[in-house]
Write a protein that binds this ligand. Structure first.
Ligand code: ATP
Length: 316
């Protein structure tokens, strides 16, 4: 098997919904294991997943999933499982019927569908509830039955859109354990989340997107470092902006210091947020500059920083 047949490859892929940007010029090469897609709401995670599973077609660029192109629908179904965010089920079905019927709908013969249904329910540990109506399932059980549906046909790639959303801590822990188990069994897992902390423990790598753009990718340490090294812009409201700007500009980590147009604050761009805050505290303590407010002037960078490093600025 060639190496390309183990990879999910995005080559300069863009998706526009009319004039609205879904994702822009994404290039990725994802090896097997657990990959987490992280980004704020509306950043393009679902779009990437829909592209990966052939649900939408790219406006430009090329996608190859384990050597297959999304245009080849039947082969895609055989190799890719997708657990979307949609928590809807056909009325009146029990867990068993839901899995069995969806395999039959995809053209599987009855004997195979029977065996695979049993296997999938066991893998998600829902065997005991298989005969119960899904309408009576808890949220965690519904999540599991959707997962069972996504893995029932034994895909090589499993794509999970926000699979931990709305689950209680126990159901979360169970789901995470299940993902780890599937990863160990050699499956290629892609999990989206807007909270990295939830899944970073089990992720082999992270893809970070915001506003439809790829911001960073790599193993968790690389990505944290990359985000750390990105200069962050802060607006400081104070009574002596020129003095503060000149003090700050003299230190290495400060790459830009500019007085606000209204003359009542300074924009600072810093490559080291921890040092920046400690220096600012020092200046405030001297009493030469009265600091009224400090706020991130760059929402995206701040959001990403918080996702990856935590609000206290400590790497974990
Ligand atoms: N079918 C669509 N038609 C028009 N715009 C869309 C469509 N789907 C997504 N978008 C837009 O594309 C952008 C990316 O959306 P997407 O759903 O991929 O982000 P997301 O990161 O999955 O967000 P969330 O976490 O809220 O699900 C958003 O601006 C969204 O409004």
């Amino acid at each position: 098997m060639s190496e390309t047949n183990d990879l999910i490859i995005f080559d300069d892929v863009s998706k526009f919904y009319g004039e609205v940007l879904g994702v822009n010029r994404i290039s990725l090469s994802i090896p097997p294991g657990i990959t987490t897609l992280v980004g704020p709401n509306g950043s393009g995670k679902t779009t990437l997943m829909n592209l990966m599973t052939g649900l939408v077609q790219p406006s430009s660029g090329h996608i190859s999933v384990m050597g297959l192109t999304p245009g080849d629908v039947a082969e895609f179904f055989r190799n890719v499982g997708y657990c979307t965010q949609f928590d809807f089920f056909p009325r009146g079905l029990n867990g068993w019927e839901f899995i069995f019927d969806s395999l039959m709908l995809h053209g599987m013969d009855e004997v195979d569908a029977f065996g695979l249904t049993t296997e999938a329910l066991q893998r998600v540990r829902l065997g005991d509830a298989a005969g119960r109506k899904i309408a009576g399932y808890s949220k965690g059980m519904r999540q599991k039955i959707r997962l069972a549906q996504a893995i029932a046909h034994r895909p090589r790639v499993l794509v999970l859109d926000e699979p931990l959303n709305g689950l209680d801590p126990m159901a979360r822990a169970e789901s995470i354990a299940l993902f780890e188990e599937l990863g160990r069994q050699g499956m290629h897992l892609l999990i989206s989340s807007h909270i990295l902390d939830e899944v970073d423990r089990i992720s082999d790598r992270v893809v970070l997107i915001t506003g439809g753009y790829l911001v960073a990718q790599g193993n968790i340490q690389q990505v944290r470092q990359e985000v750390r090294d990105k200069p962050m812009q802060v607006l400081i409201r104070c009574d002596r902006p020129e003095l503060l700007a000149s003090r700050m500009f003299a230190v290495d980590h400060c790459v830009e210091a500019r007085v606000h147009a209204d003359g009542k604050g300074v924009f600072l761009r810093t490559g080291d947020v921890d040092q920046f805050y400690s220096m600012l505290n020092g200046i405030a303590a001297e009493g030469l500059v009265k600091i009224d407010a400090v706020a991130p002037a760059d929402d995206d960078a701040n959001a990403i920083y918080q996702y990856l490093i935590g609000s206290d600025g400590s790497a974990s």
